[in-house]
Design a protein around this ligand. Structure first.
Ligand SMILES: [Zn+2]
Length: 498
């Protein structure tokens, strides 16, 4: 697969010159069949495709997708007012439910502002001397990065670098290709056409014992936007770590326009302890953009935000469900922000749920700083789930192609996202939850999704769907109390969040 894909990565203009892109549609009913085309085809077809690379592109038609689900009656909109203690909640339940509805006028302005800011992280010549980062083939085993002296956050207010190129987020006309620039991050200069591993040190540990957090950087040979990927801000959310690894290690700096910065494990202490939290039991994703003199979480958030996040034009923060809940791969995006709404269009046929986000989330803080940001949710915590990972990698690859950063031959699936309005259905009784349906299932209003079984009285309490739609998130079987959010039902929407 890699050989074939590498063949089809070529400079953007080549790809577009040939550009009969074989946009294949697929039947991705359950949203998990998003592996690259080459891994799915029987080998005679695969060989035919590879042979086709030297000639104009093969137009391939896999089965046309049936319409994604029957959206019918809208959801009831009646939400339970039970306030169960869910302090540990991710943006799974409350943050989605509390989202500000979409504003129409905002939406109409959306298309006007689709341009990509470019050139972040390019320092002005007056910047202090830095060291040049070693060019490391990320595919090789490389020595661990050296700890950087804690970067003083004061210097990060430096003005954004000069505009290098204006990327059009559309896929039609490609701008001329300009050579890449030196990318300065964490005190190192990453030369164009190279990749490296840097180290971010928030400076909160005993200096001699501090363990730097690896930051992978691929600086493309051509100019383009800077995409940042963050994983494991909650240390027990593992799928994102693997999504970032697979995405970063598949990049070739010689064929990249722009830069990709990946921090697979932001919350290293939490990861090492299998914990969602920081050592002080705080949720790091409630402390952005942070403060240099605040709590431990504030300081870590501030250091990350000032030293890395501000260098990004685009950010995808990768999470999973929490509290034994699992999510269909989906984006959480503030559709009230026109630039973010446009940004969601690049992720291939990924589900998008409108969510304005909560204060302190990395997503909210980054959007406030002018960085187009979404949260990508995939699967559940404490687990590595290959289907969810493949979906995430595929959507990030689509995004990079859409942003003109890479070229790939085939697009797997309908390029448009699917927008959902959503409602959580809560258990009304305590007991043991047994689900009758699976994640991704299409359900009808009134259909039984599962039962809460009382282990003492043997009572069975069915939980029914409140609308026609799709199960985009759900609790795994477990002991629940009344008020526990058990099923997240999405109904397709032209524009979500209204
Ligand atoms: Zn999370």
């Amino acid at each position: 697969m890699k050989t074939a894909l590498n063949l089809c990565y070529s400079r953007i203009q080549d790809c577009h010159r040939h550009s009969i892109l074989a946009r294949t549609r697929s039947n991705r009913e359950d949203g998990t069949e998003t592996t690259m085309l080459f891994t799915r085809l029987p080998s005679p077809i695969r060989h035919a495709l590879i042979a086709g690379l030297v000639t104009p592109w093969l137009v391939l038609s896999v089965s046309a997708a049936p319409a994604q689900g029957e959206t019918g009656a809208s959801s009831t909109g009646k939400k339970s007012d039970v306030l169960i203690a869910e302090l540990a909640e991710d943006e799974n339940v409350e943050d989605v439910e509390d989202s500000v509805p979409l504003k129409h006028s905002e939406r109409e302005r959306r298309s006007a502002s689709a341009n990509t800011r470019s050139g972040a992280g390019i320092d002005t010549p007056s910047s202090p001397a830095r060291k040049v980062a070693p060019n490391i083939d990320l595919k090789q085993v490389a020595p661990p990065p050296e700890a950087q002296p804690a970067t003083q956050t004061g210097q990060t207010g430096e003005p954004p670098g000069p505009e290098v190129a204006t990327e059009d987020t559309g896929t039609a006309a490609q701008p001329e290709i300009l050579p890449g620039e030196v990318f300065t991050l964490l005190g190192s200069d990453v030369m164009p056409g190279t990749s490296t591993r840097l180290a971010w040190t928030p400076g909160i540990q005993i200096a001699g014992l501090s363990q730097p957090t690896p930051v992978l950087v691929v600086n493309g040979v051509n100019a383009g936007p800077t995409l940042c990927l963050t994983g494991a801000i909650h240390g027990d959310e593992l799928n994102g770590i693997e999504i970032i690894r697979q995405t970063m290690y598949d990049l070739n700096p010689e064929k990249l326009s722009g830069r990709v910065v990946g921090i697979p494990i932001v919350n290293l202490p939490g990861f090492q302890q299998g914990s969602r939290y920081l050592p002080d039991r705080r949720d790091l994703n409630r402390h952005f953009p942070g403060h240099p003199e605040g709590s431990l979480a504030d300081r870590i958030a501030h250091s990350l935000f000032e030293n890395v996040i501000r260098k990004c034009d685009m950010l995808v923060d990768i999470h999973t469900g929490s509290l034994k809940r699992t999510n269909l791969p989906q984006l959480r995006a503030d559709m009230n922000n026109p630039e973010v709404a446009e940004f969601t269009r690049g992720f291939d046929r990924m589900a998008v749920v409108h969510s304005t986000g909560s204060p302190g989330m990395l997503r909210s803080a980054a959007v406030a700083a002018g960085i187009r940001t979404v949260t990508l949710e995939a699967g559940e915590s404490h687990r590595i789930q290959q289907h969810q990972i493949s979906a995430g990698v595929n959507s990030l690859t689509s995004l990079m192609e859409r942003q003109g950063m890479i070229s790939r031959m085939f697009v797997w699936g309908d390029p448009e996202p699917v927008y959902y309005d959503s409602d959580w259905i809560r258990a009304d009784h305590g007991g043991i939850l047994f689900s009758e349906i699976e994640l991704g299932a299409r359900v009808s209003k009134g259909e039984i999704l599962g039962y809460v079984s009382d282990p003492i009285t043997n009572a069975q309490h069915p939980i029914r769907s409140t609308s026609d739609g799709r199960v985009i998130g759900m609790a795994v079987d477990q002991v629940v109390m009344a008020g526990f959010a058990a099923y997240h039902i999405g109904t397709e929407a032209e524009v979500p969040g209204e």
